[in-house]
Design a protein around this ligand. Sequence first.
Ligand code: AMP
Ligand code: MG
Length: 342
Amino acid sequence: MIVHTSIANTSDAASWEQALVDAVDFLTAGQVVALPSETVYGLAADALDRKAVARIFEAKGRPSTNPLIVHVADEGMLETCAASWCSIAALLAKHFWPGPLTLVVPKKPIIPDEVTAGLNSVALRWPSHPLMQAVIQRFQGPLAAPSANLSNRLSPTSTEQVCAQLQGKIPLIVDGGSCSVGIESTVVDLTGSIPTILRPGVIHRGVLSALVPSIQMASGVMDPDEGLAQRSPGQHRQHYAPEASLRVCRWEDEPSLLGRMEHEGLDPAKTCVLCHERFPSSPPFMRVSVIPNDPEAYARALYAELFQCDQLRPQSILVEEPPSKEAWDGVLDRLQRAASGW
Ligand code: AMP
Ligand code: MG
């Protein structure tokens, strides 16, 4: 079914207030709304209404086995969702909330199975984006919100990118400008005996292990034998992908890059290059994007750059391999999932 998609701007006090009213009206009616957050744009619905949550899966084409993050904006909502709150959850929340960290904890029965893909745990986040916070507070209840993209595609960091994927499928997109973090939250599972990073992000294992020395990384590979009851659902190897085939590689200089491309049958005129250290000239390339050589600035720019590249319909996107340091874990993880070759 095609619906009319309105875009609410929030550039002055009156439009901000109107956007809040409209967003809360749709959410109360069990509809989905795209909202800005500091990580990426989210596609939000009432987390306690299974029919509303089903609309998120429908709009995204998301498999029902991939659970959603539930967003809260006060302690009461946390109590509504979490069956228990261990001392590590309290410590991490104290340091990083509101912010781009998601904590997986035991869930209360009130959270529908549709949200958690039938698991006994729920992923909770208290976002810092003022507009997302304002909507949750005005709605007075937790919102389930995955990224506002079609399943497996690039997560949007601007209204333009949400529109490109979800226009005609959802009634409202609230424009809150560009996302300041730019990649999805770090997800930490606190339901097992060892705190485990299920998905890396800008809050990386270096800072987390300073507070929780026992914390470990989940192995990034899905075990096909574990099937749907896997420990880290939704962590599919191919995810967050642009339409063009993406490869991550290293090059010394432009001639060596061109030589390698010739060897692999890649046409520079149909190739976009993303680099942070060794900048080839353009032309001969279709587009050369220089991304700052800093993990946080890189994360902020990554999806927007990939989106710009995709608009040109290139044959391939080549990404200069980022450093393998823990502060880059989140960026490396997203590139690995976006890549069809390394
Ligand atoms: P997204 O909402 O697209 O940012 O993805 C949320 C991710 O959080 C999912 O793909 C899962 O990997 C993870 N997640 C959400 N809920 C749970 C849960 N109850 N247990 C483990 N991981 C979860
Ligand atoms: Mg997502």
